[in-house]
Design a protein around this ligand. Structure first.
Ligand code: G4P
Ligand code: NA
Ligand code: NA
Length: 191
């Protein structure tokens, strides 16, 4: 997606060879018009597949997932990183470890919102090692639903997430693919 790539070139900050800061338009301050166009791009790619719900992991995936769900006319599900104390029955849970952040959390989904009738599209902001996406897939499968694919805004193609998911047969659709970064330097894989 040209628009996202251009925006990353303009406003993204390569902190080092691993970390891209996008907090002025994706992660902290959010550009709603960009998010709408992102939603349209995912809706176009994943149309006519019988998708019933759009799922994301809190928190940075929520804005693009909501726009995607809006464009597709579907509900959005937020996979929680912490079990709610007041909704603690009938929860599916799985542990996810983030290499980038060096943390672990229990990804949580209420059995009320996903069932064997669902075909779920997963949306997230970054694809790096693929741990978050893999955890989301595990969790949705615990609810006996099927996975339509994984849409990500930014793929760090020099990390193994994309390959991990594709080798398991998933349709992975990144809107911008970064092949290489260094301080103040970002290179893209052209599509
Ligand atoms: P993985 O899921 O692909 O394995 O990635 P990893 O665990 O390494 O990343 C975990 C968290 O770090 C995710 O956010 C992800 O969006 C974020 N992340 C990964 N690489 C980058 C990067 O280059 N720049 C930025 N800004 N974030 C990155 P999270 O913990 O789920 O938090 P949230 O931001 O969604 O709340
Ligand atoms: Na995220
Ligand atoms: Na993030």
């Amino acid at each position: 997606m040209k628009e996202l790539q251009e925006r990353i070139k303009k406003d993204g900050i390569a902190v080092n060879e691993d970390i891209l800061k996008v907090d002025s338009f994706i992660n902290h301050q959010v550009d709603p018009v960009l998010m709408q166009h992102i939603g349209e791009a995912f809706a176009e790619h994943f149309k006519d597949q019988g998708i019933t719900k759009v799922a994301t992991i809190e928190s940075s995936g929520i804005a693009p997932a909501l726009m995607t769900a809006m464009c597709m006319g579907l509900p959005m599900i937020i996979l929680k990183k912490q079990p709610s104390k007041i909704l603690n029955d009938n929860l599916f849970q799985t542990e996810v470890t983030s290499f980038t952040k060096g943390t672990s959390y229990e990804l949580t989904l209420s059995s009320k919102f996903v069932s064997e009738k669902d075909h779920v599209l997963i949306i997230d902001d970054f694809l790096a090692n693929g741990e978050a996406a893999t955890g989301a897939i595990r969790l949705i499968r615990k609810a006996h639903a099927t996975i339509a694919g994984v849409g990500v805004l930014i793929e760090k193609a020099f990390q193994p997430g994309h390959e991990k998911l594709v080798s398991q047969g998933f349709d992975v659709y990144p809107l911008a693919r970064i092949s290489h970064m260094a301080k103040d330097e970002i290179e893209f894989l052209e599509d």
